[in-house]
Design a protein around this ligand. Structure first.
Ligand SMILES: [Zn+2]
Length: 286
């Protein structure tokens, strides 16, 4: 029900945001030199309902980790746009929680990708959020409002209390819509990937599918791009979901990793898809 509400809001917001979105499109991520930015078709109609998995017992959100292993060599690269509520002053002081060069590289290499965006990131970088949200090469999922953990003991992250979990995810959807992401996906990635039954029930109220991964790139705080590349290439199997980050300050090697990994995986016969495609190929999806 809430998702339907979000979609209705999305429809009205899209109209309001259209002018601003067109003006901003490509401005933040224009290639530094060389080929001009490719013309992207303006989204016209509302996309079909994204595939989701059925809820578990007690309305718990279903958890998706990877697509089918037997339907060909597809792989989904996912990029988490992390930002916590208290990092605003650091951004104001010049720290980069975005990564425009990475997005430009994904566009240049024509790699479809799924971005799990925190609401706080969308508030900080609305032009980039809007540009990603209106580009059919990408889909934008929800990564909470401010990257607080949904369980205790999750990589030292502050914790969101149980009674605020549902509203935190809603707050993130509101921020994504406000930034001009017209159709955020009903996919939620838990900060740190940490969840339990209580967390699944809380986000299940929103009808989302929780999206985990089966390949950890190890790009968070990495300084050796080759090691990250190796970890991705060693881990990817048909239907894999790879977790990476689009946050320069916390994942400085990721753009280089993408430049190395993409041609190599293509050489091995892999095709890049978005998470929605893998969910749509999963038996029992809706
Ligand atoms: Zn994250």
């Amino acid at each position: 029900m809430v998702i339907r509400l979000v979609r209705r809001i999305a429809g009205t917001t899209a109209v309001c945001a259209l002018g601003a979105a067109l003006a901003a499109c490509g401005s933040a991520q224009a290639p530094k030199s060389g080929s001009p930015a490719p013309a992207r078709p303006a989204p016209t109609t509302k996309p079909a309902k994204p595939p989701t998995l059925p809820a578990g017992p007690g309305g718990a959100a279903p958890v998706f980790m990877n697509g089918p292993r037997t339907l060909g060599r597809t792989v989904a690269l996912t990029f988490d746009a992390d930002m916590t509520a208290d990092q605003g002053p650091r951004a104001a002081a010049g720290e980069h929680f975005d990564n425009p060069a990475l997005i430009a590289t994904l566009r240049r290499l024509k790699v479809p990708a799924t971005v799990f965006m925190t609401g706080r990131w969308a508030d900080q970088y609305p032009d980039q959020a809007r540009s990603l949200g209106r580009d059919p090469q990408f889909e934008v999922g929800n990564h909470s409002y401010s990257h607080y953990a949904f369980t205790g003991d999750c990589y030292g992250l502050p914790t969101v209390s149980a009674d605020r979990m549902t509203s935190d995810v809603q707050r993130a959807y509101t921020a994504l819509l406000r930034a001009g992401v017209p159709h955020p996906m009903p996919y939620f990635r838990f900060p740190g990937g940490c969840y339990d039954r209580q967390a699944l029930r809380a986000v299940g109220r929103l009808g989302v599918t929780a999206v985990q991964w089966d390949v950890v790139s190890g790009d968070a705080f990495a300084t050796d791009a080759d090691a990250v590349t190796k970890q991705v290439l060693d881990g990817v199997k048909p239907g894999s979901v790879v977790v990476m980050h689009c946050t320069r300050s916390a994942a400085p090697t990721t753009e280089q990793v993408v430049r190395d990994v993409v041609p190599e995986l293509r050489k091995r016969g892999f095709r890049f898809v978005k998470v929605s495609q893998l969910i749509g190929e999963t038996p029992g999806h809706r």
